[in-house]
Structure formats: C-alpha cells, structure tokens
Design a protein around this ligand. Structure first.
Ligand SMILES: Nc1ncnc2c1ncn2[C@@H]1O[C@H](COP(=O)(O)OP(=O)(O)OP(=O)(O)O)[C@@H](O)[C@H]1O
Ligand SMILES: [Mg+2]
Length: 475
C-alpha cells in the first residue's frame, strides 16, 4: 500500500451472523486493470484515499484480487421471485461481499464465478457497470436512497455477450445487501433459528428499536413497508423506472439496488418500459408501486414463522401491515407532489391528482415539465404550456395552482434540471466502451448537481428524440 493509505480493516459481520448464507470466496484475477470511474466522495466516506485507490495496489483492492489482511470475502446466498417466478437458488453469482467498512457493505459485481453462478460466467461488462455508476450517482445527488458506486475498473478481459465486450468490476457500497430474497432463502431452508438470526441482523443494522417490540419481526416488516413506500414515491416523482423489481432486487434498507435495465422517463407515460426482457410490462413505470407491494407480500410470507409459531396464524397481523403500504405510498407521493408544486401544507390535494391526470393525458417531458412549472410560478407559463396538447385543461389547472402562490425557489430545489437521460447515458456508455471516457465524465459532472441550471448545457436537459426508447437489458 502507498504511504497515504493506512491498512484497511474490513469487517465480516454478515459471515459472522449468517454463515449458512455465506460462501467464503475469492475474486478472479484481473489481467489488466484500468480505472474507469471513481467517486472520491464515496471513497472519503469509507476512509479510503482516492490517490491510493488509483494505484496498482488500490486497483487490486477494488477488483478483489488483493484482499486486506483479516478480510473474509463471501458470496452471499439469496433466493427470489424473478418476474413473478420463484428461483430457489440465486445468490451472488457474479459478485462478492468484500466486507464491511465504516458501517456499510463493500461489494463487488463482475468479480468472477461463484458457487451461485449457475450457468453464468460470473462476469460483468463495461457498459452496464458504468450505467450503474452513472445512474446511482445521479440518484444519490437527487436525494433518493441508493446503494452507491465507489468505482468501476476495466478488467482487460474480453467477455462474451451478443458481441465481445470489455469486462469490468463495479465496487459498490450499501447500508447492507440484505434483500427480500435473502429472507426467502432462509425461509425455504425451514430453519427458524437461521430466519431469526437474519431478522435480528437486519434489525440491528436498520431498525434497532424493533428489537424491543412485542413481535420484532413484525416491527421489522412495518419498517421495511414504510421505507419502501417512501422509496417508491421518490422513484415515481422523479420519473425513475427500475426495470427489474424482482424480490432479490428489493433491499431491506430501503435503498435502490441493481441498476440494470433502468432509465428515466422522457415523455410521462405510465406504460413506459425500457427493459428488453420485460415483455409483459410487469415493471412498467406506472406499475412500480404495485410491484413493490407484491414483493412485500412475499417478504411477509418469509417472515411468518417469526410472527407466530404457527405461521398461518401470523397472516392477519402481517396483512394488516401490508395494507398500510399503499396509503403510506400515497401520503409520501402527495407530500412529494406538494413540494414539487411549491404548495403550502394546507393546499388542496386535488391539485396534485388533477395534475397527474393532465400528465397522463398529455405525456409532456416529465423532468422538463416540472422544472418549467417553476418558471410558471415566476410569471411565465409559456415553457410549461408548450409541453402540453390540451391547453384548456392546462390553463384551468394552472389558474387554480397559481392562485395558491407557489414558491418558485422551493420548487427549484426539488425539481431537477438534469436527470440521466437515456439517450445521453447510452451515448456516454458507448463512447466509454470504445475507450473514450470524456462523455461519461462530463455527464456525471452535470448529474452531481441536478438542481443547478448551467448555462450552455441545454443538451443535458433536453429529452431524447421522440419514439426512440432504447430497449435494453444490461448485464
Ligand atoms: N454473468 C453472470 N454470471 C453468473 N451469475 C449471474 C450473471 N449475471 C447475473 N447473474 C446472477 O443472476 C441473478 C440475477 O441477476 P441480477 O442482474 O438481478 O443481479 P446482479 O445485477 O448480478 O447483482 P445485484 O442485484 O447485486 O446488483 C443474480 O443472482 C446474479 O448473481
Ligand atoms: Mg440483482
């Protein structure tokens, strides 16, 4: 290690608590590591020196090929419902939990085969790993709970997909990597002690007060229902489409995880699907709250033996909590809309729902429309008016809304100018795959300050060409 980095002490809290869900494992070697992206702020939060991370020794750390003394990396087991179908054995098939540092998990994606790989090669490629870096960085800057990308390192290995692709490893942090699917695996093992240890571990990390509840597992469940309701509202308000909301991609922490076939809306349309494998539209924009509720029902099923010793008898209590999801989601959405519209606490909630109907009927650019409303609040309605077709409905709504005296400054603090537009992300990733990192660096630079309008950077705020949704499934 260079003199600027003292020894890194990686904990192994997951392995200690849950050896049955952990397979001690190592990353594959990396022929020619090249740093493609690094988030200095995430590094600093971990107590890691960015200069060291850029050194050969740091790249070894970021790819899992040089493991600090005392670290015990593991491939984590989990199960999950994928597009509604249960897979009993998923787990980190191309990933490793290096350990925990500064209270968070440090995890690699694309680090080689593991016992959970099934038929896969255990690898990841540059484009999708940089997509996770770009979109995750944007989500954090937007204030949305998310796992965070520390770095993407090109491996120098050719990975065989539809075409040969350059390989990459993503290093990412998360409050934890506990997923709904982790609980599904523990439940399927029919080992109540294991399930209880998993719940206790989740409680200790994410909701310590639940330990003192009459039924701690129910208190954990209530907490997760709450944080997921908040998270889904944040996604919907900002126009984020996750794309692969399988139960193994839903965290217990309430952080967004797994930026695969994800993208932001241009035109507001509830039926928007970006993923090439989501042919039924299960995870379309407008269905995300219901998909989350469905996942939370699966979580309840997994927890039942901890709710009552006779699992069937635990059902009413679990259902009662599950039934709070949609009301909590709606409350979070309404509060978020109130902020987006610069409204006072006592404003008529119909202003938000009526605007939603207007968006659904007119399909304006989601991000651009909300930002244009702050211009309307300053007296110029034209930029927003230009984005809709039903001018009579727009004028009627706008008159009612302006009569409330919306706070334009407050609106500009919550309605971004810049989100990771799909066509720009695609363009940046294609350039990076071909060896030119400049477009991605510029894009990330803009996305780190999404609320600050920059002169001369209009192209980052504009929607992509109409009708050119990129259908995409990233691996
Ligand atoms: N190339 C691969 N080789 C082996 N396993 C893979 C590969 N790609 C995906 N998997 C496994 O398939 C499952 C679903 O993949 P998915 O894309 O949801 O997760 P992921 O992107 O690998 O990781 P994460 O959810 O941690 O972000 C996971 O168990 C994953 O480990
Ligand atoms: Mg996943």
């Amino acid at each position: 290690m260079s003199s600027t980095q003292t020894a890194v002490h990686l904990g192994h809290r997951f392995l200690d608590a849950l050896p049955e869900l952990s397979v001690p494992w190592q990353a594959e070697g990396t022929p020619d590591p090249q740093l493609l992206a690094l988030d200095d702020e995430v590094a600093a939060g971990l107590g890691l020196d960015p200069a060291w991370l850029r050194s050969p020794s740091g790249l070894g750390f970021l790819t899992g090929t040089r493991v600090p003394d005392g670290a015990r990396p593991v491939a984590q087991g989990y199960a999950g419902h994928q597009f509604g179908n249960y897979s009993p054995r998923l787990g980190d098939g191309r990933a490793l939990l290096l350990g925990d540092l500064a209270g968070v998990d440090l995890h690699l994606k694309g680090s080689g085969r593991t016992p959970w790989s099934r038929g896969g090669d255990g690898l990841a490629v540059v484009g999708p790993m940089l997509r996770e870096f770009v979109v995750g960085t944007a989500m954090h800057a937007l204030g949305i709970p998310t796992t965070r990308s520390l770095a993407v390192v090109g491996t120098g290995r050719v990975v065989h997909r539809e075409t040969p692709q350059p390989g990459a490893v993503l290093a990412r942090t998360a409050a934890s990597h506990l997923r709904v699917g982790s609980f599904q695996l523990a439940r399927a093992a029919e080992d109540v002690d294991l399930l209880r240890r998993l719940a206790d571990h989740a409680i200790a990390l994410h909701v310590p007060a639940a330990a003192d509840a009459e039924v701690p597992a129910l208190a954990l469940y209530d907490h997760v229902v709450g944080v997921q309701a908040e998270l889904l509202a944040r996604w919907m308000l900002v126009g984020f489409v996750h794309g692969v909301m399988n139960t193994d991609n839903m965290t217990i922490s309430g952080e967004t995880i797994d930026y695969g076939p994800c993208a932001f809306l241009d035109a507001h349309d509830a039926d928007t699907v970006f993923s090439s494998i989501d042919s039924g539209g299960r995870y379309r924009y407008g269905n995300q709250p219901l998909a989350a509720q469905w996942n939370l029902a699966r979580f309840a099923e997994a927890l039942l033996p901890l709710v009552h010793e006779d699992p069937e008898q635990g059902i009413p209590a679990a259902v009662a909590v599950l039934e709070t999801f949609l009301p909590r989601y709606e409350a979070a959405w309404t509060a978020g809309m109130r902020a987006k519209l610069g409204l006072a606490e006592d404003a008529d909630p119909a202003l938000a729902t009526d605007l939603q109907a207007l968006l659904d009927a007119n399909h304006p650019d989601h991000t651009g429309f909300f930002r244009a409303l702050s211009t309307a609040a300053r007296g110029d309605v034209q930029p927003a008016r230009d984005l809709v077709l039903d001018l009579a409905a727009f004028d009627a709504w706008t008159t009612r809304w302006l009569a409330t005296g919306p706070d334009a400054d407050a609106m500009e603090r919550v309605n971004p100018v810049y989100v990771p537009r799909n066509h720009l992300v695609q363009e940046a990733l294609e350039a990076a795959t071909a060896g030119d990192l400049a477009p991605m660096d510029q894009l990330v630079d803009v996305l780190r300050h999404p609320f600050d309008e920059r002169p001369g950077q209009d192209r980052y705020a504009a929607p992509g060409p109409a009708g050119t949704y990129v259908t995409y499934c990233g691996t």
